[in-house]
Write a protein that binds this ligand. Structure first.
Ligand SMILES: [Zn+2]
Length: 386
């Protein structure tokens, strides 16, 4: 299904793949799901699973610099076992929300083996961090060791993520681009980041100086320069982009995290501006250090509330096919199309819903009632252990 919803549609599955999609009456169903919306498995294009044990702070405005301090302190306090449990918790929470594919920004790439042993499809982006040359070199060595010791598979792929212009040495962008790997980068997230790049002043400059991390020679001078340095990357995804001027940049892939971006109060979500300028947008939850949960459908619900003019079909693509494309899995996932894997998330729907199933889905808080990946139910009706 890449077009309109099919009422009482029938999906034929063979060996974990979709063989055919038929309309009502065209085929006899062996398993009748009843009053259910059947969607492609959802895609959370950007998250940080290793922050899934971050102390809950569901709502409220976030001040960017104190928040950075808090995330750094949390990471430093995590033991390897706590981090492993946090990632595992994030995987389970994703599955419960009907997510079948995640793009995970991973500190030290530690989520890779855990995701590989889970039912999820994933793209794991090794996070490059370190503004000073010595920190940058150390992180690069860790990346080189990680990529050699973790074999990619059909369901779990490698990626690289130079974190952000204020936290990464400028040479790391060029190096990341030269790997040719799928890449995600946080760009244009806040006003203080823009001030630092444009004039090397402001609160972020002071914060870096206080921490002894400021190296002005290491800072990039423009967003377009960063994108140029990363041009060798396959599947380059810009994350957030709240402060970017999309009219001045060549179009590409944008990942936005509406609930997180609302809490940072850095300006309007760049959804419409990006789409107007030819960018392809997918939704992510970001990590639990800024989002209330890892349910990407809830991100779409906030978009529906704040941008009712944005078409529901496009909103569905932002949590399915566009995300699968950005993560390099569009041949297997993202739509109910013959040849793709039999990967679906299910949501109950009352009879005679008006104006339509997608309006109902995005306008309600109905939870996921089932998830199938590769033709196997991960859960149906209730999540295991609940
Ligand atoms: Zn992020």
């Amino acid at each position: 299904m890449e077009g309109d919803p099919i009422p009482w549609g029938v999906v034929k599955i063979q060996n974990g793949r979709i063989e055919a999609v038929e309309t009502e009456g065209a085929a006899q169903a062996e398993e009748n799901l009843g009053q259910t919306i059947l969607l492609p498995g959802l895609v959370n294009v950007h998250t940080h699973l290793d922050l899934s044990d971050y102390p809950a702070s569901q709502n409220g405005i976030i001040d960017f610099i104190p928040w950075l301090d808090s995330v750094i302190a949390h990471r430093l306090s995590q033991s390897p076992e706590q981090k492993r449990l946090a990632i595992q918790k994030g995987i389970e929470e994703s599955l419960r929300g009907g997510v079948a594919l995640v793009g995970d920004i991973s500190s030290h790439g530690d989520s890779f083996p855990l995701l590989q042993n889970s039912p999820l499809y994933s793209r794991v982006y090794f996070e490059l961090i370190g503004l000073t040359r010595s920190r940058s070199e150390e992180c690069w060595k860790q990346f080189a060791s990680w990529i050699h010791s973790n074999q990619g598979t059909e369901k779990t792929g490698h990626g690289i993520s130079p974190h952000a212009p204020y936290s990464v040495h400028k040479e790391a962008f060029l190096r990341a681009g030269k790997t040719g790997l799928p890449t995600q980068v946080h760009l244009g997230e806040s006003l203080v980041e823009m001030e630092l790049l444009a004039k090397q002043v402001g609160l972020l400059e002071k914060w870096l100086a206080q921490k002894g991390l400021l190296d002005k020679e290491a800072l990039c001078d423009s967003m377009s320069g960063i994108l140029r340095d990363l041009s060798g990357s396959r599947l380059l995804v810009v994350v957030h982009g709240t402060r970017l001027d999309f009219e001045l940049l060549p179009s590409g892939y944008l990942a936005i995290c509406p609930r997180t971006q609302a809490r940072f109060e850095q300006g309007e979500l760049p959804l419409l501006a990006a789409c107007r300028n030819g960018w392809k947008v997918a939704l992510g939850t970001d990590g639990l250090s800024s989002a209330p949960d890892l349910n990407v459908l809830n991100e779409a619900r906030l978009v529906r509330k704040n941008f009712p003019e944005f078409p529901v079909q496009d909103l569905l693509r932002a949590i399915t096919l566009n995300g699968a494309e950005q993560l390099g899995f569009a041949e297997k996932l993202g739509s109910i199309t013959p040849g793709k894997t039999a990967t679906f998330s299910c949501f109950p729907i009352p009879p005679d819903t008006h104006p339509g199933p997608l309006e109902f889905l995005f306008g309600s808080s109905v939870p996921c009632s089932g998830l199938m990946i590769d033709g196997k139910w991960i859960f149906q009706n209730s999540f295991p252990n609940e």
